[in-house]
Design a protein. Structure first.
Ligand code: A3P
Length: 280
C-alpha cells in the first residue's frame, strides 16, 4: 500500500485524514442547523457546494471536510459563527453519532458510477495525494473491488440509501442537475429553508456552470481554506470534463458487462439504482 494512504476499519483513506481524527469522529459536536454535504468522491461535490455558497442571504459558511486533518479539526469547526455547511465523503456508518441524533440537514449527491470511475481514474493520475496508477484497466479493477479511497461505491451508496426517506435528507443527482439545474437549485434552497427569485436562480445556474467554474479556478485557488474534498485543495484537479456519459470512451464492452453484472447483483434492492438506468 502506498504511503499516501492508510486503512481505517477496512476502508482506504488518505493520510491527510489522520487515524486519530477518524477514531474520534463521534466526539464531534453537531449543531442543529448544521448542513452536511455528503458524496462519494467525484460525484459533483464542488458543484453543489458552489450552488449553496451562492444562495443570497443564506448566512452559511462552507467549512473544510470533517475528515480532513488531525484532531484539532473539532476545535477549528467550533470557531464558525454562521450556519456550517460541512462537506464529507464519509459513508453513513462513519458519520458522527451526534449528527445522526440531531435534525441536521444532509444533502447526498449521487452520480452514475461508470462516470465516477472514469473521473476517479483521472483524479488518481493527476492528484499527487493519491497513488500513481498506470492504466485505466488497472484502475477499473481497483474500483470494482472497492480498493480505492473511501472504499466501494456500492457500499457507500447503499449505506446512504437506507436513510433516503428521512425528511432531513435530500438526494441530489449529478445527471438531474445537468438536465435541469434551475429545478434542482430551487430544490436545494427550499430544503435549506431559503427562498430565491427566478432571476436569482438563473444567476446561480450561470455562476455554477462548468465553464464558469473552470474559468474561476485560479481565483478560487488563492484561498487554501476553501477545501471541499479531503483529497486535494487544488481546484485545478477538479474541473476535467463535466459531462454525463464520458464512460463510453473508456469502458471496453467486457468491462461494461462485468460492471453491469456486479451492479445488478449489488443494487438489486436499490431504489436509487433505478435512476442510473437511463445512463448505462
Ligand atoms: P469529471 O472528471 O467527469 O469532469 P467532485 O467535485 O465530487 O470531486 O466531482 C468532480 C466531478 O464533477 C468532475 O467530473 C468535474 O468536472 C465535475 N464538475 C465540477 N463542477 C461541475 C459543474 N459546474 N458542472 C458539471 N460538472 C462539474
Amino acid at each position: 500500500q502506498s504511503s499516501v494512504l492508510h486503512k481505517f476499519k477496512g476502508v482506504i483513506f488518505s493520510t491527510m485524514s489522520s487515524e486519530e481524527l477518524l477514531n474520534s469522529l463521534d466526539s464531534f459536536e453537531a449543531r442543529e442547523d448544521d448542513v452536511f454535504l455528503v458524496s462519494y468522491p467525484k460525484s459533483g461535490t464542488h458543484w453543489i457546494a458552489k450552488v449553496i455558497e451562492n444562495i443570497p442571504n443564506a448566512r452559511i459558511t462552507l467549512t473544510p471536510p470533517i475528515e480532513l486533518g488531525d484532531i484539532s479539526k473539532f476545535e477549528e469547526l467550533k470557531t464558525y459563527c454562521e450556519r456550517r455547511v460541512i462537506p464529507t465523503h464519509l459513508s453513513y456508518s462513519m458519520l458522527p453519532m451526534n449528527v445522526k441524533q440531531k435534525p441536521c440537514k444532509i444533502i447526498y449527491i449521487i452520480r452514475n458510477p461508470k462516470d465516477i470511475a472514469v473521473s476517479f481514474y483521472h483524479y488518481y493520475r493527476d492528484n499527487p495525494n493519491l497513488p500513481s496508477i498506470e492504466t485505466w484497466h488497472e484502475f477499473f479493477e481497483l474500483f470494482l473491488k472497492g480498493d480505492v479511497v473511501y472504499g466501494s461505491w456500492f457500499d457507500h451508496v447503499l449505506s446512504w440509501e437506507e436513510h433516503k426517506n428521512a425528511k432531513n435528507i435530500l438526494i441530489i443527482s449529478y445527471e438531474e442537475m445537468k438536465k435541469d439545474p434551475s429545478k434542482n437549485i430551487k430544490k436545494i434552497a427550499t430544503f435549506l429553508g431559503l427562498n430565491m427569485t427566478d432571476s436569482e436562480i438563473n444567476q446561480i445556474v450561470w455562476k455554477t456552470s462548468f465553464a464558469e467554474m473552470k474559468n474561476n479556478t485560479a481565483k478560487e485557488n488563492c484561498d487554501p481554506n476553501h477545501t471541499i474534498c479531503a483529497l486535494t485543495s487544488n481546484r485545478n484537479l477538479v474541473f476535467r470534463k463535466g459531462a454525463v456519459g464520458d464512460w463510453i470512451n473508456y469502458f471496453t464492452s467486457k468491462q461494461k458487462r462485468v460492471f453491469d453484472e456486479l451492479f445488478t447483483e449489488k443494487m438489486k434492492h436499490s431504489e436509487l439504482a433505478k435512476h442510473f438506468g437511463d445512463y448505462s
